[in-house]
Design a protein around this ligand. Structure first.
Ligand code: CA
Length: 350
């Protein structure tokens, strides 16, 4: 099982990690201020109240590595054979702040990332972070990210203070991604107050469960409310093996059609295609935090071999053996090359 992990593509493919996180100090300080002042929602209180202050080895590592965009990160990539990282501001980005504060932090984050990409052009790509609370501003930032900063794709950290991208106020953002040919990546954050309910008490609000179900719900809403009928060229990526939707796909697809036919729900209107079609034509999934052979194979079977991309989820996940799991997958070489390299090159237009 164990083999040396080297960069350089000597296995016939490069390893491009597609969901890799960084932070700026102003961002982490602002989360802590929110928590300290009692202005944070339950999710941010639970998540950053812990990650922002815990002295444990793991959380200290994560905090330090989020803030680093230089030698330690490059060394970590070298040690685990990651050739290129597609970097984005860590969750929840600016989405938990008032719009003005969000825009200031996100602008600074995008500038810091652009400078890092300039320092390491062979190793890093950047994604544009936005502040969806101000859709018109976000449209301009998406353009600035693409045209001035050279970024590939747009990052949204799931719900926007309990609101979802299919709601009309966010339509300009979806249009900007579709018309600007920018992949929209929907990354988890903890569920909003009206969903998180008993999850915190049970310890299930974070990456263990809450992240996945909330983000899967977000993507499913986007599909069933007809966003892809409005924007047929829009491409959306989610991480963590598709946030359970590929596994659930048969039942979702079947029950969606049955529910539409029943006429029971005002908002479940007939769509031009099936949920399966949208998943195979408009959605990509990454393997962040999901280094499981059966899960990755299931994603490839359900979504098609062109729609699954490698991710490490550094620095939250930094496990060399998870890279080996990908290298050792019992799938044809051409599929593996797509998974590790060429699907990302195509989807992000690298
Ligand atoms: Ca992540």
């Amino acid at each position: 099982m164990t083999h040396a992990l080297r960069t350089g593509g000597d296995r016939g493919y490069l390893r491009i990690a597609t969901e890799e996180a960084f932070a700026i100090p102003e961002q982490l300080d602002a989360y802590l201020r929110l928590v300290r002042d009692g202005r944070a929602d339950k999710a941010t209180t639970s998540l950053w109240g812990f990650y922002g202050t815990s002295p444990s080895e793991r959380t200290t590592f994560i905090r330090d590595r989020l803030l680093d965009l230089d030698a330690p990160r490059i060394q970590a990539m070298d040690e685990t054979g990651v050739d290129k990282a597609i970097l984005s501001m860590t969750s929840p980005g600016g989405q938990v702040f008032e719009a003005e504060e969000a825009k200031a932090i996100v602008t600074r984050g995008n500038d810091v990332l652009a400078a890092a990409v300039e320092r390491y052009p062979d190793r890093y790509y950047g994604m544009t972070s936005i502040a969806p609370q101000d859709a018109a501003w976000s449209v301009q930032e998406i353009k600035r990210g693409r045209d001035e900063l050279g970024f590939k794709g747009v990052m949204v950290n799931s719900h926007i203070q309990g609101h979802y991208l299919d709601e009309p106020q966010f339509d300009p953002i979806l249009r900007a991604c579709a018309e600007g040919d920018q992949l929209l990546y929907i990354h988890p954050q903890s569920p909003p107050d009206n969903m998180i309910a008993g999850m915190v008490e049970a310890g299930l609000d974070g990456a263990l469960f809450g992240f996945g179900v909330e983000t899967g719900y977000h993507l499913l809403r986007i599909i069933t409310t007809g966003v892809f009928d409005r924007y047929p060229s829009l491409q959306i990526a989610v991480g963590h093996g598709g946030e359970a939707l590929p596994y659930w796909l048969f039942r979702i697809n079947y029950m969606h059609q049955a529910s539409v036919r029943s006429g029971r729900y005002e908002r479940l209107k007939p769509l031009k295609k099936t949920v399966v079609d949208y998943m195979r034509e408009n959605v990509l999934v990454t393997t962040s935090g999901m280094a499981s052979e059966p899960a990755i194979k299931l994603c490839i079977e359900q979504m098609g071999e062109d729609r699954v991309m490698y991710a490490m989820d550094y620095p939250y996940e930094f496990v060399a053996d998870e890279v080996r799991v990908h290298d050792n997958l019992a799938i044809p070489f051409e599929q593996k090359k797509k998974l590790m390299q060429t699907n990302a090159e195509r989807a992000f237009k690298l």
